[in-house]
Ligand binder design. Structure first.
Ligand SMILES: Nc1ncnc2c1ncn2[C@@H]1O[C@H](COP(=O)(O)OP(=O)(O)OP(=O)(O)O)[C@@H](O)[C@H]1O
Length: 308
């Protein structure tokens, strides 16, 4: 894969305080890349620089080898952008809104109905958007971003305001864009969505990059334990099991819960049916991105973050 976007030692300060501090990463073609971080971490500042709305104080961002700068209109053809809040005219209908943006971008009118259909708004295309719900306005914003088949989609909190059905449809839309070869860069606070969608993630904190890589690598590097819950055909003694396997165990009614390291999982599972024991049922609770994220952003960040 080749890099479509290169963020190269980029910094931006407001009133002497760095909002983005020496960030470097790249986005490959056809890659889904998610940006995570607590409020004020610098996500929107980074997105504003990537979309050429503001200029970095230091470093540069390149798309397809060309430098992104506020006055440089040519690079705008490389991406479509869904801002966190989109200004839409309440007196226009959904159809008129799409036609407006399609004329601006010199895109065929037929494409408007196509994208309205994708976001489930074709049936209400003649309704004024002043009467739309928050979720419908968000879907309309997504339709505007999808109008142009640009090679990169940049989305700032794309599913905020979407109900679970449309949050799930959004994921299908993004996966389809990936299959078509589009790169997708999105900021989100929805860790479940990020975990199920992103090829790679970047976690920002106070403008700095705390983690860059896959969710799986983050999980394997992070020392969080997993829980295995088992029920045997003949009830077993949890303390005996703890001594035999060298893990912590707890009784939960008919079940025994074992806490072990992720890399110890296979050894534990192989041992469970030793000595004539027979499993009746089993659940494995793997650490989620949400649990890791809480662990690294909840307490004093540095010691945990340093291990990443
Ligand atoms: N226009 C501005 N003027 C002054 N300070 C700003 C401006 N924009 C952002 N900041 C500051 O820069 C830092 C990063 O803000 P930014 O909006 O990029 O964070 P964020 O990660 O997008 O937060 P959120 O999750 O709340 O949207 C914050 O300390 C914020 O107060």
């Amino acid at each position: 894969m080749t890099s479509w976007v290169v963020v190269d030692h980029v910094s931006k300060a407001y009133n002497g305080k760095k909002a983005v501090d020496d960030l470097s990463f790249h986005i490959d073609r056809g890659e889904i890349f998610a940006l995570l971080g607590p409020n004020g971490a610098g996500k929107s500042t980074l997105i504003r620089m990537m979309t050429g709305l503001i200029q970095p104080d230091a470093g540069q961002i390149r798309m397809n080898g060309e430098r992104v700068l506020p006055f440089k209109k040519e690079v705008k053809r490389y991406f479509s952008f869904l801002p966190e809040t989109m200004s839409l005219y309440p007196n226009l209908t959904a159809g008129e809104t799409l036609h407006f943006f399609s004329r601006l971008q010199r895109i065929s009118r037929n494409r408007c109905d196509e994208v309205l259909d994708v976001v489930g708004l074709l049936e209400v295309k003649d309704k004024k958007i002043g009467g739309f719900s928050k979720g419908m306005r968000q879907r309309l914003g997504l339709a505007v971003a999808l109008l142009d088949k640009a090679p990169l989609l940049i989305l700032d909190e794309p599913t905020s305001g979407l109900d679970p059905y449309w949050a799930s449809r959004f994921k299908e839309i993004i996966r389809r864009k990936k299959r078509e070869g589009t790169s997708v860069f999105f900021a989100s606070h929805d860790l479940y969505e990020v975990e199920s969608l992103a090829d790679r993630i970047a976690i920002l904190n106070e403008g700095k990059l705390y983690y860059l890589g896959t969710v799986d690598d983050l999980k394997s590097k992070h020392p969080t334990e997993i829980r295995i819950q088992v029920r045997f055909e003949i009830p077993q003694d949890p303390d005996g099991l703890a001594r035999e396997l060298g893990v912590a165990t707890f009784r939960r009614g008919d079940w025994i819960q074992l806490i072990c390291r992720r890399d110890d999982k296979v050894r534990i599972l192989r041992s469970l049916e030793k000595g004539g024991r027979k499993l009746a049922d089993l659940h494995i609770h793997e650490t989620t991105l949400e649990e890791i994220y809480r662990a690294i952003s909840g307490g004093t960040p540095s010691p945990e973050m340093d291990k990443l």
